[in-house]
Design a protein around this ligand. Sequence first.
Ligand code: GLP
Length: 241
Amino acid sequence: MRIYREDDYCAMSRRGADILAAQLLLRPDSVLGLATGVTPMGMYRELVEKNHRGELDFSRVRTVNLDEYVGLAPDHEQSYRYFMQRNLFDHVNINPDATHVPDGRARCMAAECRRYDQLIEDLGGIDLQVLGIGRNGHIGFNEPGDEFPLGTHVAELADSTIDANARFFASRDQVPRKALSMGIRSIFQARRILLMVSGREKADIVAAALKGPVTPRVTASVLQLHPDVILVGDREALSGL
Ligand code: GLP
């Protein structure tokens, strides 16, 4: 695992954007696995600026997002499709048809899970997967459990996840209780993983995930076994390593 220890959130965001830009220079038609959350927002802003300066071309890029809340429409302000449009897709020259987010309003969730796994396979797998980490160590919405969820699945959100994500909704009651999430298999099969972490409140879980036992109780711990993980964090988030 390569570790970039950056001074603060801005530096972390710039480093993440440089790594992602290098990936697109080497392979302009890369399949990018993308994440939502506050952590990658600064990186997306940097990528938009690089695109506007003519340094980065998204015209051949394909994307698959990690997850989506069950029940939220794509134009709901808290849906992850909306997040991606607002933070990245609407501002760069990406082909809208090449951007994929699980459909949280699919009529049949089991079929949507199968479709999403097949889609990732048809794209040839993920070249670079961007990840953040939840306070309970989840990646995507792969919540703590007795075993690693392998395929795309409907996740019951842990209470701690509902608490953490309530800040984005008017009240805790409005946080969806379920989400569609890419499973550990697709994440783990990504050829390269860019894990981004920021803030003191992530320090303990980052240390547990990357130094503790590999266990489905902390799903990010599986990353210890991946051959090509780049960890980019600010000093606070990496203070336990
Ligand atoms: C959500 C997402 C994760 C994300 C996590 C951390 O639960 N499903 O993909 O990594 O939150 O978010 P943040 O970066 O806002 O701390």
